[in-house]
Design a protein around this ligand. Structure first.
Ligand code: VAH
Length: 313
């Protein structure tokens, strides 16, 4: 069976539903520290699970005969700056738990999400290369960079088949985003429908790499489907969708809601966003395991507004 740890988060929720569609509900166990939305809870096994509790994770893996784990639980960039020690504990202890279970051959294949947050202000910001200077300045980014080092170490030293992707900011309508810096790019659609205006916490001209959730889920399943020898990078793969700034998504929304207005009210997240790249070179993911993104900004906007509209009728 497959176990998703952090199944109720922004990625976890959609990943769980897609994996259940693909492998059957009985084959996919969802787990999280708290329960998820009705659809997720009604569609298969669920376990309340603290990802930092080794014994509890081991017990779920044993009880459900799990051989594949997706560890999606983490504290994201904005919240992690407020609770550094908690963020480090959650992000690193949960990773060591699953890496050690894989080292003991209790897990056959493991997915662990990294992020463009591993890059910092000294990283080349345009078309950021797969291998480059990485001096992250956020707790979250440091935890992701360290996690990548450990994933590669466990692969090289113990043959652990762990695979990873550096996600950009992810856009989806199924769940509320969970405390990231790119959350503005989701909030803006909700506010456009509800209020016709949005006070953006990042300033005009802040370009960030983004991706529609369906692309991210497809990439996640694709890297896990690949043959072991196709995965030549065991830290984490760059992945790119589309890069844009708040004024670009505003223009895209105005094609549907002409009176929509954005205003700017910068907060601490501006400094985090400024430390991240503008665009990402994902040619290695394209070469090694056939990655290709599909969704552009206007397509995302049309999908988001259409699917969120019923909430605000
Ligand atoms: C965050 N959405 O903002 C996450 C992601 C690249 C951004 O890691 O923290």
């Amino acid at each position: 069976r497959i176990l998703i740890i952090g199944a109720c988060g922004q990625i976890g929720t959609e990943l769980t539903m897609k994996l259940r569609e693909r492998f059957g509900e009985d084959k996919v166990v969802a787990s999280d520290i708290r329960e998820g939305n009705d659809e997720l809870m009604a569609s298969g096994h669920f376990e309340t699970l603290d990802a930092t509790d080794f014994k509890a994770v081991e017990d779920v893996i044993f009880r459900y005969k799990v051989d594949t784990v997706y560890l999606m639980a983490a504290m994201l960039s904005a919240i992690a700056e407020r609770f550094p020690a908690k963020a480090w504990h959650l992000n690193m202890t949960s990773l060591f738990n699953v890496l050690n279970l894989a080292k003991e051959n209790k897990i056959k294949k493991l997915f662990w999400p990294s992020s463009i947050a591993v890059f910092g202000p000294t990283t080349p910001a345009e078309n950021t290369p797969q291998t480059t200077v990485m001096e992250p300045t956020t707790v979250y980014g440091i935890s992701k960079q360290t996690g990548e080092r450990w994933c590669e170490y466990y692969f090289n030293k113990f043959g652990v088949d762990v695979r990873s992707i550096r996600y950009p900011g992810l856009i989806s309508y199924t769940t509320e985003p969970g405390g990231g810096t790119t959350d503005y790019a989701v909030d803006i659609y909700h506010r456009a429908l509800k209020h016709g205006q949005y006070r953006c916490f990042l300033k005009e001209g802040t370009i960030l790499p983004m991706m529609y959730m369906d692309d991210a889920i497809r990439a996640t399943i694709s890297i896990m489907d690949a043959e072991e020898e196709e995965i030549k990078i065991r830290s984490s793969y760059n992945l790119a969708g589309v890069s844009y700034a708040p004024e670009d998504v505003t223009a895209s929304i105005k094609k549907h809601i002409p009176d929509f207005e954005i205003s700017y009210d910068i907060d601490f997240r501006q400094e985090i966003a400024d430390s991240w790249p503008n665009s990402i070179d994902d040619s290695r993911a394209r070469e090694d395991w056939g990655w290709k993104h599909k969704f552009g900004l206007d397509e995302m906007t049309a999908i988001m507004l259409e699917n969120l509209q019923p909430k605000y009728n």
